[in-house]
Ligand binder design. Structure first.
Ligand SMILES: Nc1ncnc2c1ncn2[C@@H]1O[C@H](COP(=O)(O)OP(=O)(O)O)[C@@H](O)[C@H]1O
Ligand SMILES: [Mg+2]
Length: 266
């Protein structure tokens, strides 16, 4: 079964969604298949892969608003991206944060129970910018966590908070949860970014991925045009493609249908 990976940082704008869609693009371009689960009511990942949620469409809200074993299977939708499916979200998902149901934390986990995900090489939970109920649900249902951080003081603080939350979840509801990597994203060659990168590597050692995602305009252009970065032509997309594919190779994601080396589109 594929690894279910929660991509988080309570700070917004650090590149969580860009990482979820960028990794999905890297997996697909290597011949694999990814499922994105959009757990952010802002629905940026959903929009990014060209999906809109209509009133009758099942979405992440349907996983979270009731306890229903196996419900995730009904909510998966194809996207405009070859090799990438999604469980989408829209603003209605925000209502979950005020749901006081005692079983709320388990609903996402239960929704995936006995669902055959063998088609996928990875399931990526794109988490909201908070440590609220949706984030706890993601950590409860996930096998592992990736913390995304810009190399700035506030985002690094977000990593520390997320690390504490992961420890709490491990002790209480998901003892097998693994901290896969801290990924530095939106990296520029400035004094502050270099300083914070050094600080992160000194603090967290090999937990910090060697590959960093550079801050490049093509990332936003590809997102706005709803195009996977590995298919996006122009600008400095190549450096981003290389970064996401190199990062994928560092992560414990095994591709079952890997294209022969050399065929991978970069
Ligand atoms: N590597 C990058 N280079 C340039 N812009 C980026 C990069 N990663 C993300 N962005 C942009 O930064 C903004 C926030 O990124 P996003 O992935 O939505 O963050 P989050 O999901 O953590 O809130 C978006 O406008 C996105 O296009
Ligand atoms: Mg996001």
């Amino acid at each position: 079964m594929p690894r279910k990976i929660a991509i988080g940082n309570q700070k917004g704008g650090v590149g969580k969604t860009a990482l979820a869609t960028g990794l999905a693009s890297a997996i697909a371009s290597a011949g694999g298949r990814a499922l994105i689960v959009d757990l952010d009511p802002q629905g940026n990942a959903t929009a990014g892969v060209g999906v809109t949620i209509g009133p009758d469409d099942l979405s992440a809200y349907d996983l979270m608003s009731q306890t229903a074993k196996g419900r995730a299977a009904d909510c998966i939708r194809p996207t405009g991206w070859a090799g990438v499916d999604i469980i989408g979200s829209d603003i209605g998902l925000a209502n979950i944060e005020s749901d006081g149901a005692p079983d709320l934390t388990w609903r996402l986990d239960i929704a995936f129970e006995d669902v055959d995900l063998s088609l996928y090489d990875a399931v990526l939970f794109d988490c909201p910018p908070s440590l609220g109920k949706l984030m706890f649900s993601a950590l409860t249902a996930a096998d592992s966590v990736i913390a995304v951080t810009e190399p700035t003081i506030d985002s690094v603080k977000g990593v520390t908070e997320l690390e504490k939350t992961v420890e709490i979840v491990k002790r209480r509801q998901n003892p097998n949860l693994v901290f896969d990597k801290i990924v530095i994203s939106k990296r520029r060659q400035t004094g502050e970014h270099v300083f914070r990168e050094d600080e992160l590597r000194a603090t967290y050692g090999s937990l910090v991925a060697r590959t960093m995602i550079p801050e490049l305009a093509a990332r936003q252009d590809a997102h706005s045009s709803r195009t996977p970065i590995h298919q996006f032509k122009g600008g400095n997309a190549l450096a981003l493609r290389i970064a996401y594919s190199d990062l994928l190779a560092e992560l414990p994601i095994k591709l079952s249908n890997q294209i022969e080396a050399g065929e991978v589109i970069r």
